[in-house]
Design a protein around this ligand. Structure first.
Ligand code: 1HS
Length: 257
C-alpha cells in the first residue's frame, strides 16, 4: 500500500460489484475510509466485508441514487459516520438496450434517471460538503458510448454523453472552490452488468457476443474492473492535481480507430 488516499474519506456508488467494488477495495488499500453505496444492501455489505478482511475501513449504505430522498439520507448518514468527504466516485449506472427504433420510454427514463440524474444528485450533495472544506475530487463514470455511437444503445449513449457534459460544467463551477471533476470513459469491462448486452449482441450466444465485442478493441481483450479502478485512484489522488474537466478514455484503443 502506498497510502495515496491516506486520511481521506471516499464515497463509491455502485460499489456492490464490478468496477465499483474494485475501486472501493483499492481506495481502502490506499488508506481511505470508504462509504460503499449500492442499490442492493447485501452487495454493499459484501464489499465492506471484503475490505474489512483486508484490514481496511468501510461502511455500507443502501440507496437508489436516482431517488433524491435516498441520496440525501445516505449522504447525511455518511457525514455522521465518517465526518468528511474528500472523494466521490459516481460509478453507479445502468445499461439499457435498444436503438431509437425500438427503445422504450422506460429505457430512456431509467437510463437518464440513474446514469445522468443519479450522478447529478450525488455530485450536488457531495460538492456542497467539499466546498465547505475547499477541496475534493469528483470522478464521474462515463463510457466510450458517450464518445462514439454504439449500436442498440441509444439511451445509454445519450445519458453517458450527458455525464461527460455535466463533468465539464461542474469543473468550471467547482474549480474556484478547490474541487476537481473528471470523467472516466471505460470501454467494455467484463462484469455481470454487461452480460445482457453481450448475449443480445450474439443473438442469445454469449460467446459470439463476446467475440464480436472484443473485435472492436485493438488491444485484443476487454478491460477488467481493477484496471478502471486504477484510473479512478489516479483521479482521486493528488497525483492528478492539475486535472479537472478531463475526459479519460480507458478503452483498449476502441475509440482511437
Ligand atoms: C458498457 C460500457 O460503458 C461500454 S459501452 C459498449 C461499448 S462496446 O464495447 O460494446 O462497443
Amino acid at each position: 500500500m502506498t497510502g495515496r488516499l491516506a486520511g481521506k474519506v471516499a464515497v463509491v456508488t455502485g460499489a456492490g460489484s464490478g468496477i465499483g467494488r474494485a475501486a472501493a477495495t483499492l481506495f481502502a488499500r490506499e488508506g481511505a475510509a470508504v462509504a460503499v453505496v449500492d442499490l442492493v444492501a447485501q452487495a454493499a455489505d459484501d464489499t465492506v466485508k471484503k475490505i474489512a478482511g483486508e484490514g481496511g475501513r468501510a461502511l455500507a449504505f443502501a440507496a437508489d441514487i436516482s431517488d433524491p430522498e435516498q441520496v440525501a439520507a445516505a449522504f447525511s448518514q455518511i457525514a455522521t459516520e465518517l465526518g468528511r468527504l474528500d472523494v466521490l466516485y459516481n460509478n453507479a449506472g445502468v445499461n439499457s438496450g435498444g436503438s431509437v427504433l425500438d427503445a422504450t420510454d422506460d429505457d430512456w427514463d431509467r437510463s437518464f434517471a440513474v446514469n445522468a440524474k443519479g450522478t447529478f444528485l450525488c455530485s450536488r450533495v457531495a460538492a456542497r460538503s467539499m466546498a465547505e472544506a475547499g477541496s475534493g475530487s469528483i470522478i464521474n463514470q462515463g463510457s466510450v458510448a458517450a464518445l462514439v455511437g454504439v449500436a442498440n444503445f441509444a439511451s445509454y449513449c445519450a445519458a453517458k454523453g450527458a455525464v461527460v457534459a455535466l463533468t465539464r460544467s461542474m469543473s468550471v463551477d467547482l474549480g474556484p472552490r478547490g474541487i476537481r471533476v473528471n470523467v472516466i470513459c471505460p470501454g467494455t469491462v467484463y462484469t455481470p452488468l454487461m452480460e445482457p448486452m453481450l448475449r443480445a449482441r450474439g443473438n442469445g450466444d454469449m460467446a459470439a457476443g463476446l467475440a464480436l465485442t472484443v473485435a472492436k478493441y485493438p488491444i485484443g481483450r476487454l478491460g477488467t474492473p481493477a484496471e478502471i479502478a486504477q484510473v479512478a485512484l489516479f483521479l482521486a489522488s493528488d497525483d492528478s492535481s492539475f486535472l479537472t474537466g478531463s475526459v479519460i478514455t480507458a478503452d483498449g484503443g476502441m475509440t482511437s480507430q
